[in-house]
Ligand binder design. Sequence first.
Ligand code: MG
Length: 369
Amino acid sequence: MKITKISVYHQNLPLEHPYWLSGGRLKFEVLDATFVKIETDAGITGWGEGTPWGHTYVPAHGPGIRAGIETMAHAILGQDPRQLNHVERAMDLCLPGHLYAKAPVDLACWDIAGQAAGLSIADLLGGRDETGTWIASSVSSGAPDYMFGIIQSYRQMGYKSHSVKVGGDVEKDIERIRYLEEKRLPDERILYDVNRAWTRREASIVMNAVADLGITVEQPCETLDDIAALRQVTTTPISVDESLVTLQDATRIARDGLAEVFGIKLNRVGGLTKAARMRDVALAHGIQIYVMATGGSVLADTEAAILAQTIPMEFRLGTWACQDMLTVDIAPGQGARNVNGKLTVTDVAGHGIQPDEDTLGAPVAVHQV
Ligand code: MG
């Protein structure tokens, strides 16, 4: 089987409400999404998506995905999409780095491989657990009662897990965390996500001040060196998100004991092929895992839910449904949807999603042999 055609679509995905990242320092209103349709000489078609969380969250640029695919197209065309490691190597040789541009191609190839084998991608990735994954809400930063209001609205949608954005003023963060922990229900899980907003000093003050609460803090500072230093002066469990980009990052975190949780974001790490190796490193080191889309439609959420559902329950902390924050649905009725706070993938071959091409409009680029 060979890849004969790559069609690239650009779609803006507006957020229902403006969103402020930790510390209120970055505002987001629309996501720049790229959808990729890969066709083969066997008549099987696969779909992928690449949607960074805006242009300012991490080094990933929406239009860069389209440009990256244009650069890599000649190396991708003619590949057998079922040979994921070959496709991965062809892309890595053609364009070093730029993992976020490779993720949508990787997902489309997994979709084709699944359809060709008559298996779900989760089964190809080692085996699908029957049980779905708890969705963590994403709670925008603000005053404690404003944030609790958001949590309450997600509770009404069945959510039992929340990723709460903190990371501004130290005193206010301690107040926010204590306030929300007091209101947390016994069966709820809250991850306090700093999105790199604290200095080492600020992180040390807050994490030690709330050490009695047994909370987990995500990405407290900018770099892995910061987190390594912080690990020496705090006991509060740490999740690494933005600093987990490559497999080398994963092995360093695991070997050096820098964190107790991996936050794997599919678009950032380059897709399922690379993310599955991080999963295995985590499992081998007793590290629990969140698997999330970086942002995007039901397709990106389903990609994350697929990998999540290959992780044993005791290691699987949750996923995210960015789709619940958008005003556009590119594949109504398809893919993993919130049901009582969980995303669940079925045993449909591939990922089972065919975006509505009327919604996507004409492709912005077509590459073919
Ligand atoms: Mg995070």
